[in-house]
Design a protein around this ligand. Structure first.
Ligand SMILES: *[C@@H]1O[C@H](CO)[C@@H](O)[C@H](O)[C@H]1NC(C)=O
Length: 567
């Protein structure tokens, strides 16, 4: 997941006096809403292939850009970690399905690894039947356990060969290769999979992969690369949707959508029109960038204006933001059966004019600054503050902006930082409770939210942060070869929310909290005893063979002595 541009201490300090007067505690915070979700509301957890599977070169899988990126030398990922093994999820299907059952989830959202299915990325080259079999068995196992699969086609792990030979998402030919891949997936899994997500958080992928270079493929094409990549991703999404619509929908009766991540942007000073505009701009550059073409047929007006004006000032003939032709606009408009949303935190936004001569960049194009309130509880990741009320506002915003679409929350969750072995994750429980409650309020406001995916099932590889950010309901002991999973307290709490389909009454909700914390202290002891257990395991793996070998040697020696004597 994510770092947003660093919020400097300077701005944090600046914000305190400005906020102090008007904004101590929002009205939403004060009133917890007891009630339940609509019947049939789908509860789930999520993950992605590259972050969990491991087995990076097994059973015919090709390399992805993330394999190449993590293998390409020092300094790309914290601690130079790779995801070669990650959670070893490829070999732990049965074990992880038991975890899903323990959580009582209705759905599991996961992604397919494109190069596991198509090693070169291109369907005409080679289809890896072992890859197809792996996912096919996995889908069967989920359904056999009453867990609905929500399947993401692309969660950032582009086949490396497509990067090397075509320049990845810089190249329009990706739309064809992606559509071929999507069609294959519809063909082989679509009899059982009814919820498809084409792209997961494409904004982050474009921004970090093609603007800052913090993610694979590590390109720094400031102010141009990300807009081009996004342009091709939007077209690829639309093509995949049309393919499904024309070829598969009548037989398979499924849904195809996209999942877009965005934090909420709140104006620092709601009485200042410049701040209000800047906050709107923040949301349009974040969510509208992808959602507006898909729901309204074109990029948000404010993006076209800002990037167009800055491009002109920078001496360019055409805007750095590509244009859709009229034909493309109508082709792209309406290509989502639901809106998937990912959401983690909130920012205060204030306007700031960046001079065009500083050169092209996404940052400068937006003309704004992101701030945080130091009173917000901060969680593991440096950028992640718990601000539940922002979630409701984002959901309401999406509802009104995009014509009241059916929505699925595809990612929402909180991380815990480095070396913390705590299974008693009180802070995650607070986050879950607050955010899910604000989602419930958004539903009462009228938003059509069909399901919620908490992020994520397991602690896993967190991109440039390696294994330092732990988002899981289950703690994974990565330094143990077996990658054992341990339930955190939040497992217990989330299960209660799911079983009750919401928050029935204060007494019960309070009792969940205490019960959750009871279970985790026992599990903590298990985890603490684990080094001892792994020593015992070492004993069986090293000591036993050594002793046996010695026995054989001694026996041989005795035999030799015996034979010598007999001579
Ligand atoms: C796209 O890929 C083709 C084939 O490799 C290449 O000829 C073309 O120059 C590429 N276009 C861009 C914009 O990189």
């Amino acid at each position: 997941m994510k770092p947003v541009p660093a919020v400097t201490l300077w701005w944090v300090l600046l914000l305190v006096p400005r906020l102090g007067a008007t904004r101590t505690g929002s009205p939403e915070e004060a009133s917890f809403y007891y009630g339940t979700f609509p019947l049939g509301f789908s509860w789930g957890v999520g993950s992605s292939a590259f972050q969990t599977e491991g087995a990076w070169d097994q059973d015919g899988k090709g390399a992805s850009i993330w394999d190449a990126f993590t293998h390409s030398g020092k300094g790309k990922v914290l601690g130079d970690e790779t995801a070669d093994v990650a959670c070893d999820g490829y070999y732990k299907v049965q074990e992880d399905i038991l975890l899903l059952r323990e959580l009582h989830v209705n759905h599991y959202r996961f992604s397919l690894s494109w190069p596991r299915i198509l090693p070169t990325g291109i369907r005409a080259d080679q289809v890896n039947q072992e890859g197809i079999k792996f996912y096919s068995d996995f889908i069967d196992a989920l359904l056999g356990n009453n867990v609905t699969p929500i399947v993401t086609l692309y969660h950032w792990d582009l086949p490396q060969l497509l990067q090397v030979e075509y320049g990845g998402w810089q190249n329009i030919s990706m739309t064809k290769y992606f559509t071929d891949y999507a069609n294959l997936c519809f063909e082989v899994f679509g009899d059982r999979v009814k919820h498809w997500v084409t792209f997961s958080d494409p904004r982050k992928m474009a921004e970090k992969g093609y603007e800052t270079g913090h993610h694979a493929p590590g390109l720094k094409l400031h102010g141009t690369g990300l807009y081009k990549a996004a342009h091709h991703i939007i077209k690829a999404h639309a093509q995949a949707w049309h393919s499904y619509h024309h070829t598969w929908r009548s037989k398979q009766q499924g849904l195809v959508g996209i999942s877009l991540n965005c934090d909420w942007g709140e104006p620092v000073d709601i009485s200042n029109p410049k701040d209000v505009e800047a906050a709107e701009r923040y949301l349009q550059f974040c969510l509208g960038w992808f959602a507006n073409p898909i729901y309204a047929g074109d990029y948000p007006q404010v993006m076209k204006e800002h990037i167009g004006r800055k491009s002109a000032e920078q001496g360019l003939d055409v805007s750095r933001l590509p244009e859709f032709s009229l034909q493309e606009k109508s082709y792209i408009k309406g290509t989502s059966d639901f809106l998937g949303l990912g959401h983690f935190t909130t920012r205060y936004i204030t306007a700031k004019n960046y001079p065009s001569r500083q050169g092209p960049s996404y940052q400068n194009d937006r003309d704004l600054i992101e701030l945080v309130d130091p009173n917000w509880p901060d969680l593991g990741s440096t950028w992640l503050y718990s601000v539940p009320w922002g979630f409701r506002r984002l959901l309401n915003f999406a509802q009104t902006q995009y014509g009241d679409p059916p929505m699925y929350v595809m990612e929402n969750g909180a991380s815990q930082k480095l070396h913390s072995t705590h299974l008693c994750d009180k802070w995650r429980i607070q986050y879950l409770k607050g955010y899910i409650n604000e989602m419930l309020k958004a539903i009462k406001d009228g938003a059509h939210i069909k399901g919620y995916t908490s992020w994520s099932l397991l602690d896993k590889f967190e991109w440039e942060n390696g294994y330092s950010d732990r988002y899981g309901f289950y703690y994974v002991k990565f330094n143990n070869r077996n990658k054992p999973r341990y339930p955190k307290a939040s497992v217990h709490y989330y299960k209660k929310i799911i079983t009750a389909n919401g928050f029935p009454n204060p007494r019960e909700v309070k009792s969940w909290y205490f019960k959750a914390l009871e279970t985790c202290s026992i599990n903590n002891q298990m985890l603490a005893a684990e080094p001892l257990l792994s020593h015992m395991q070492m004993a069986t793996e090293i000591v036993v063979p050594t002793v046996c070998t010695l026995c054989v040697l001694i026996a041989a020696l005795l035999l030799m002595l015996l034979l010598q004597r007999q001579r």
